[in-house]
Design a protein around this ligand. Sequence first.
Ligand code: AOF
Ligand code: ZN
Length: 377
Amino acid sequence: WTASGDVNLQPMSDEFYMALALDMARHTQGQTGVNPVVGSVVVREGAVVGMGAHLKRGEGHAEVHALHMAGERAAGSTVYVTLEPCSHYGATPPCSKRLIEAGVSRVVVAFEDPNPQVSGRGIAMLREAGITVETGVMEAEARQLNRKFIKFITTGLPFITLKAASTLDGKIATRTGDSKWVTGDAARQIVHTMRHQHAAILVGVNTVIADNPSLTTRLPVPGLSPIRIIVDSKLRIPEEAKVLQAGEEGDQDTIILTTVDHGNPAKQQLLEAKGIRIIPCGEGERVDLQAGLKQLAVSGIPSILVEGGGAISGSFLAEKMIDEVQLFLAPKLIGSGGKDSFGFIGPDMMNDAITLSNLQVTPAGNDLLITGTPSWE
Ligand code: AOF
Ligand code: ZN
């Protein structure tokens, strides 16, 4: 009966209220753009008097919503926030200033804001004003929840999730190229949730040619559809491809990463006339993925779900650009003629294999979902 459903969590502890703030933040994943997900709870004399979450970039921060709900009762309260309150004038005035003005007594923070514009200044402002500040409460959970924001704000590159769905022997299609379907419904539902939680989804042009996917989010209740990015070095994309048409809501964008030398200016013009953004990056035969990712980050894309196929997934792995792997495994075996899920030339020695840590194994219907973090040192 605790906020997180965890029976081991002490009621009326800092963790109890931080878990509630984290829950609110967790439910807004995918909707805050380049901003973090943040939740806040105001507690006074043993009662929750305010709650809030940051819902959308440009709108109020979590603490502001929570303080607004608390009104006069914020004076003398303890405020829980999943991220250090900000100290800068951004789209909104500093939350630390607002907390000081509200007369709160104590602020409990999960972790310091890695945004260089803040990084400790918010906490310092609060302490200077005589407010007791505690940090590090449920820090690991809070960092995990904002891992995309942390990568984006500290490196200027998007967080890259690699998703693949393969047979137990690591194949994404049979020897004839048939791939419908490797995994079952439950796994595919999780993929749509992943799409909702990423700013963009990326595939290679071969996947567009082979499968003509629409790459939108389709869930029992409406989800957010990511921007669609196609890696297409020679602009081979078919004009009638579904990814080039506006989605049902008509609002998702499509971007094509290509080469400077794609040699097809007429096709480029045609695509641009359809409203497709073309980013030339890389000379010669291959798209320079690193350069492309930098440009995408500058355009305000903090996270990308790479959904294949094998060649693209392989390139991202070979170039060490993956932050997280989400691998669905179907209990099927199709033999050596099948298509590899990760098409890269691997190392000579087993010792040099790409190794995943923080491994989590979750059943998804009849399939398994294995989540891990590659270590690139
Ligand atoms: C908070 N509470 O709820 C959020 C914070 O563009 P702005 O003005 O919204 O500022 C965004 C930055 O503010 C973001 O990069 C992060 O450092 C912080 N986000 N801070 O105190 C919140 N969303
Ligand atoms: Zn703020």
